[in-house]
Write a protein that binds this ligand. Structure first.
Ligand code: JBZ
Length: 251
């Protein structure tokens, strides 16, 4: 899988990419990630990437030329990408389904926004889509670019060592995770649920499924609409709903 990230702060994205699961996958050549300094695509002495907004107003806008040049060079040297993603608070929020779709494209360019925003012609004629990572204010698109790379890269076969853990992940199963414990079996008077120490694998699986359903019902009931649920799951959920204490308006 190929990624090309275009940014005015290359060091901000290079360092995190060298670590952890993504760093390992780069070493193993499962991921081919290039980071491009936008200033390398300027033609003026001062390497200017922003300018004042037409019509006036506060702040600066990213100039279109360096971004267009960067994508042209990437396409010429690395092949035409399947998507040119602009990180932008105006785009739809990243989901697991979006990450799967981007993974299937095989090669994506990510343009990191900065300043008050980018020239509209970049959105209209260069980017093929805009993606946000959520409803909060950020200073630029570098952290969103890293989030997108991480979410997509994990779905590339072999990147995560244990393929089982990928298919069990929350947004792959549609349910929140069950509680996890490790040694010691008792810590400061707090015990691990005995079923987990019992060695009864079928009972452990049933307990975990029930706890995943319980947690999802409590914290993210919205997820249950799209989750794939067996008849057993539905029976467990009914039981949990009946046993659940009524919540007052203040809770
Ligand atoms: C994003 C102008 O550059 C920005 C500023 C905020 C911002 C992004 C780019 S991408 N927020 C988000 O994903 O929510």
């Amino acid at each position: 899988m190929k990624f090309d990230i275009v940014t005015i702060f290359p060091k901000m994205v290079e360092a995190p990419l060298a670590e952890g699961i993504v760093g390992r996958a780069i070493e193993r050549q499962l991921l081919d990630i290039r980071v491009h300094d936008l200033r390398e695509f300027t033609t003026d002495r001062h390497r200017v990437v922003d300018d004042m907004p037409f019509g006036g107003g506060p702040g600066m806008v990213m100039k279109p030329e360096p971004l267009f040049k960067a994508v042209e060079k990437i396409a010429a040297e690395r092949g035409r990408p399947g998507a040119v993603v602009l990180t932008s608070p105006d785009g739809p929020a990243l989901t697991h389904a979006t990450a799967e779709r981007l993974r299937d494209l095989g090669h994506i360019v990510i343009l990191c926004g900065r300043y008050e925003g980018v020239d509209e012609r970049v959105r209209a004629h260069l980017a093929t889509e805009e993606i946000s990572i959520g409803d909060y204010v950020l200073s630029g698109g570098e952290l969103p670019a890293l989030v997108i790379v991480d979410a997509v890269a994990r779905l590339v076969p072999g990147v995560v060592g244990d393929e089982q853990s990928v298919v069990r992940d929350t947004f792959a199963t549609g349910l929140l995770d069950f509680p996890q414990y490790t040694r010691p079996a008792e810590f400061n008077g707090m015990a691990v649920p005995p079923v987990l120490l019992s060695g009864h694998h079928a009972e452990i699986e049933r307990w975990r499924r029930r706890e995943a359903l319980r947690r999802t019902l409590e914290r993210r009931p919205d997820l249950l609409t799209d989750a794939t649920l067996s008849p057993d799951d539905r029976a467990l959920l009914e039981e949990l709903r009946r046993a659940r204490p009524e919540r007052s308006a203040s809770e």
